[in-house]
Design a protein around this ligand. Structure first.
Ligand code: ZN
Length: 151
């Protein structure tokens, strides 16, 4: 049995719009049609007003590292050769309670172990990049945002 990466279901009715957007290099979150709150990860109804009406709302793709861990011995065999590598949780600039997990890459398309985990800090600014991992799956990943004035 081939062992590849674990891939998300891109045809799930709640998240299909998100995956369609990442395939176009866009980062979107759900915007509630009832109360206007932004929500992520995608879900069938709003936790504030219970409306199931929503639209896809583009966001900047900027955020900060809310937390991170270092995978030294990944549970999933396909990732073992990359260890150790950092796994980050990013809070989005538009609403810090919107969080997404991913990896920090040294450059677009780089490996998930391309950034030394010792260089990561809570609160570090990051911005999104997109990494195609299967024909219909493009994952949002993260690049460190240089401080203002840095070359
Ligand atoms: Zn709502």
């Amino acid at each position: 049995m081939p062992v590849g990466p674990i891939l998300p279901a891109t045809d799930d009715p709640d998240s299909a719009g998100f995956w369609a957007a990442t395939r176009e290099g866009k980062f979107v979150v759900q915007k509630c049609g009832g109360c206007g709150e932004l929500r992520f990860p995608p879900r069938p109804f709003c936790k504030y007003c219970q409306s199931n009406d929503f639209s896809w709302h583009p966001v900047s793709g900027r955020g900060r590292i809310w937390s991170f861990a270092i995978a030294h011995k990944p549970v999933y065999p396909a990732l073992a050769d990359f260890a150790p590598f950092p796994i980050v949780i990013v809070e989005l600039e538009e609403k810090p309670t919107l969080r997404i997990s991913g990896n920090v890459l040294a450059a677009p398309g780089a490996a998930i172990n391309s950034v030394d985990p010792a260089k990561l800090r809570i609160g570090q600014p990051v911005h999104v990049t997109f990494q195609q991992v299967a024909e219909d799956v493009v994952l949002p990943q993260w690049l460190l945002t240089p401080p203002p004035g840095a070359a």
